[in-house]
Structures are given as structure tokens and as C-alpha cells.
Design a protein around this ligand. Structure first.
Ligand SMILES: Nc1nc2c(c(=O)[nH]1)N[C@H]1C(S)=C(S)[C@@H](COP(=O)(O)O)O[C@H]1N2
Ligand SMILES: [Mo]
Length: 319
């Protein structure tokens, strides 16, 4: 059994097979027959009697993870080697190498602003909230590519509730760490630090998570270790990495990409196939690791869960 990274408590095996993972028994056994990583291995606790595994070599193994649309998870290799993280470099294929020695322990996150109990959390404090689970989400980058990622994480609401937001808190602002000696991209001219924001109801929505891992392992630096936001119905740039500050606010906070190009990147940035970017269509997406383009779905396929948040907005104006 592969050893889990030692941050935080191990995930009980009862939580390993999430409702988001839809696999037939047969697919599961096939997946188990190969050297599967992550949750499957984490699930093989000593007290469980292992079942005999069939040896099947006729068909390629199905990924042990797929989303609720049965889209298979993107490979671990692609998820960890094709990244946007401008603090390191704008070259997606060099982020992993440049971020390799980024220091993620110890880590502290300051949560404050319009709250009753402002508090600086260590990563261990955050994991001790005990809300960690797996979520298989599509991630759609505004540039026109997408992945399916089996995240480990917990609802952002669990952290926010712990600091008791005032009723006057209408927005949540997030900030990425700035460490010039470890992040060569900070020399490039951008409005650092990377900042992002959500409306309070978006932040409290159950789909919105703070991620601590993927494929059953702790996050690697290139994916925003040790703690990054994931908002699956919004373009990928909203999912800010390596967070050190979370602020509850009355006013809408500035956001990195909006400061750079306000006519191209709005505060909301909900995935919308009908609303073209000024320089390209958003109707389809290239799924990393596949040949066929996928049609882009309204709210990235999470319309049923989130459309009601925007009943008052003209979705064509509020990009
Ligand atoms: N701090 C920070 N967060 C960031 C970015 C960044 O450059 N810096 N890039 C964003 C963009 S554009 C995308 S698509 C996703 C990519 O996440 P991934 O590399 O884990 O797939 O991270 C987002 N979060
Ligand atoms: Mo992106």
C-alpha cells in the first residue's frame, strides 16, 4: 500500500468511494486489476479482506474516476504537467519543473474581515475541520481547453462558517502567496499578488471547494499546493492557487485577470458557451488527452445546481 502524504489525518475508507464516482462493478474490478493509484490504494486498509482480482488484458483499463457525465478523469500526468501558474512561468509545460521545490510547509491562511472570529489557520488546523472528501469536477480554462480532475477537498463553507461571517459580508476575497525567491514569474510585469473573489452565495455553495489534493494525494505545487480554490462552474482562472489570505468583504474585490483586461475577464466569469471571448469562441473545448473537441456546457454542466444564483443577472452582460 502506498503511503499517504503525512499532512492531516487519513481519510476513512468509508469516504473513499464518493457518490460522484460512478463505476460499474465490472469497471471497478478492471481498474483494480491494474496498478491503480490514489483512492483505490488508500482504500485497501489492513482490516479489509482483499477480493481476488480478475486478470483481464483484452481491453485497456478504465480510469477508476469519472465525473457524473461519465467523462473519464484526465491522467495524473497531464493534470500535473500542463498548468497555468503565472507566478512561476506563463509556459504551461514548464510550471511543474519550476515549482518543484516550492515550500508548502509550514503554511498559514489568514481568514478575516467581516467575521466574528478572525483566525489564522495552519494547514493542519484546516484539515482538522474534518470535511475532506473527493469531488470529480470538470475544469474549463477560458483559453478553450478542459480536464476532468478528481479533487480532494472540502466545501469552502466549512471554513467560512468556522469564522462566523457577519450578515454584512457580501463578498469573499482570496490572495495567493508571493515568494519572489521561489517564484521566478513574479519578475514578469503583472498586477501581483494574484487575487480572486466570489459573491458570498457563490462562496457558500456546496460545489465550491478548497482543494487539498487530487487523485488521492496531496496537491503538488504546480496545482496550487497546499490549498487552492475550485469553482467548477466558472472559468479556471477563478480557481486561485496557494491561498494565504481569505477576506470577507462588503464590496466586490478586484480580481487579477479583470485588472489586466477588464473587457475580456469579468468578475463572474461563469462558463457560457454562447458568450464568446472577444478574441475566440467559447462554444467548444479541447479535452486534454482526447482527440475530439467537446461542446462546452452552460455553467460547465452544473447549470441545474447553480443557475438559480443568477436569476437576477443578464448572463450576457455579466461575463
Ligand atoms: N495564483 C494563481 N492561481 C491560478 C493561476 C495562476 O496563474 N496563478 N492560473 C489559473 C488558471 S488560468 C487556471 S486554468 C487554473 C489551472 O489550474 P491547474 O494548473 O491546477 O490545472 O489555475 C488558476 N489559478
Ligand atoms: Mo485558465
Amino acid at each position: 500500500m502506498k503511503k499517504r502524504p503525512d499532512l492531516g489525518k487519513p481519510i476513512p475508507s468509508s469516504e473513499i468511494t464518493p457518490k460522484d464516482v460512478y463505476l460499474s462493478r465490472r469497471q471497478f474490478m478492471k481498474a483494480a486489476g491494474i496498478a491503480a493509484a490514489g483512492a483505490l490504494l488508500a482504500a485497501c486498509t489492513p482490516q479489509e479482506t482483499p477480493e481476488p482480482l480478475p486478470v483481464e488484458t483484452d481491453t485497456p483499463p478504465a480510469s477508476q474516476y469519472s465525473d457524473e457525465l461519465m467523462d473519464p478523469a484526465t491522467s495524473f500526468n497531464a493534470i500535473t504537467n500542463y498548468n497555468n501558474y503565472y507566478e512561476f512561468t506563463v509556459d504551461k509545460e514548464r510550471v511543474a519543473r519550476l515549482a518543484k521545490n516550492f515550500t508548502t510547509t509550514p503554511w498559514q491562511v489568514e481568514v478575516g474581515g467581516l467575521v466574528n472570529k478572525p483566525r489564522t489557520f495552519s494547514l493542519e488546523d484546516i484539515l482538522a475541520l474534518g470535511a475532506e472528501e473527493e469531488r470529480v469536477y470538470r475544469m474549463r480554462c477560458v483559453e478553450g481547453w478542459s480536464m476532468v480532475i478528481p479533487w480532494l477537498g472540502f466545501p469552502l463553507s466549512a471554513l467560512l462558517n468556522a469564522v462566523e461571517p457577519f450578515g454584512s459580508a457580501k463578498y469573499v476575497g482570496f490572495e495567493t502567496v508571493m515568494r519572489p525567491e521561489e517564484m521566478p514569474g513574479l519578475k514578469d510585469y503583472y498586477p501581483w499578488p494574484y487575487v480572486e473573489g466570489l459573491r458570498m452565495d457563490e462562496a457558500m455553495h456546496d460545489l465550491t471547494i478548497l482543494s487539498t489534493g487530487l487523485y488521492g494525494e496531496r496537491l503538488l505545487p504546480q496545482n496550487g499546493a497546499p490549498l487552492r480554490l475550485v469553482v467548477p462552474w466558472k472559468y479556471g482562472f477563478k480557481s486561485i492557487k496557494s491561498i494565504i489570505k481569505i477576506n470577507l468583504l462588503e464590496e466586490q474585490p478586484p480580481t487579477f485577470w479583470n485588472m489586466l483586461a477588464p473587457n475580456e475577464y469579468g468578475f463572474y466569469s461563469n462558463v457560457n458557451p454562447k458568450h464568446a471571448h472577444p478574441r475566440w469562441s467559447q462554444a467548444t473545448e479541447r479535452r486534454i488527452g482526447e482527440n475530439m473537441r467537446h461542446p462546452t456546457l452552460m455553467f460547465n454542466g452544473y447549470e441545474e445546481q447553480v443557475a438559480s444564483l443568477y436569476s437576477d443577472l443578464d448572463l450576457d452582460i455579466y461575463f
